[in-house]
Design a protein around this ligand. Sequence first.
Ligand code: F0G
Length: 451
Amino acid sequence: AESWKIKMVEPIRKSTREEREQWIKEAHYNVFQLRAEHVYIDLLTDSGTGSMTDRQWAGMMLGDESYAGASSFFKNMITRLTGFDYVIPTHQGRAAENVLFSYLVKEGDIVPGNSHFDTTKGHIEGRKAIAWDVTIDEAKDTQLEVPFKGNLDPKKLEKVLAEHADKIPFIIVTITNNTAGGQPVSMKNIKEVRAIADKYGKRVLFDSARFAENAYFIKTREEGYQNKTIKEIVKEMFDNADGMTMSAKKDAIVNMGGFIATRHQDWFEGAKGFCVQYEGYLTYGGMNGRDMNALAIGLDENTEFDNLETRIKQVEYLAKRLDEFGIPYQRPAGGHALFVDAPKVLTRVPKEEFPAQTLTVELYLEAGIRGCEIGYILADRDPVTRENRFGGLDLLRLAIPRRVYTNNHMDVIAVALKNVFDRREQITRGFQITWEAPLMRHFTVQLERAK
Ligand code: F0G
């Protein structure tokens, strides 16, 4: 059931295989270096790439651009949805992390959480603290079907708290768990985490980028939530948190924006100076007034079941097409993306030659579709040994922008991937690195075909 129709369109351009061979070579076989106009269907990210509604665009005209004390519509919407009274706007999610962690995270600290996102980990490790992963082990087996594969393992959490409580400033719950495959966290797990945190007197922070999609999964998969509205579920989720950082580029469906929200005055007082220093005055942070209006309206609209259902069913639709072809991905389908298990597809490409990166390039060459590697290149080198880290998953992420593509696009993606899948036995060599940055290398890495 579709909950919207299309009012404005943007043309996209097909290309030939010869053109793509040339372009990807010029991009050093790194899809981040491609020009967007050379991409036919862009699945690089679901962040900031969604389509706004007519109501959001109309809201932009009413933006209050006052330097200080601008209209409180933005704050009221966040408070209404979450119950958090203190709100600090920032220009995006990592800025919210930077502002809040500048106050909360100190050298030597340990911050436990479920598969901290790269920027979150970066803002912890950059302060010489440790991002301690307590994700459930099931998340590592892509073929295992469990409904809440993004959960925190209560035993792992309890253990790190028991051993290092004095070093732990707070616990992070990432909803949905992007790194584990856009997998949700159950309400039961959220409450377990709350109880463990209370036992040790710790606070809980939600990394909330895709909180509405998480609520959709609670409603559709968890016992006892079928008859609750998304807004009721969202409120119940946040009742168990002390605060949130938000990348509004995902579930608020705006191109740029973010915020911190909390129920605690001390967090607000502690962080607000860093907002003024890094982002802007407290009532606009890094945002335009008009963008804050669009964000508030986006939050309101995307915490309605119909909008979420249309979106998540589309990701499921693509997953079903891949099932028809037997293409392995992190199961079940995530909220915002599918993550193809590259070493299970390109079995002949050695890990040293980066199977997921190879699959990413092959899909681009096949049909001009840009996914992205969430694997061995992204994992960076071990800081001590400087060896590549091959311990985790090696995935090709197909992130689906919100309200941008139709199911016809999904068919094109599925068939292109099938064509690559059908010739997987012929793909025996991958890539080798010719240049890389010491940290966060995947954005700028340069590669050549392995010889
Ligand atoms: N937290 C999560 C769970 C995220 O997925 C992201 C961004 C951020 C924080 C940072 O937010 O980009 O607004 O600064 N994820 C994007 C992605 C980039 O493609 O998954 P940001």
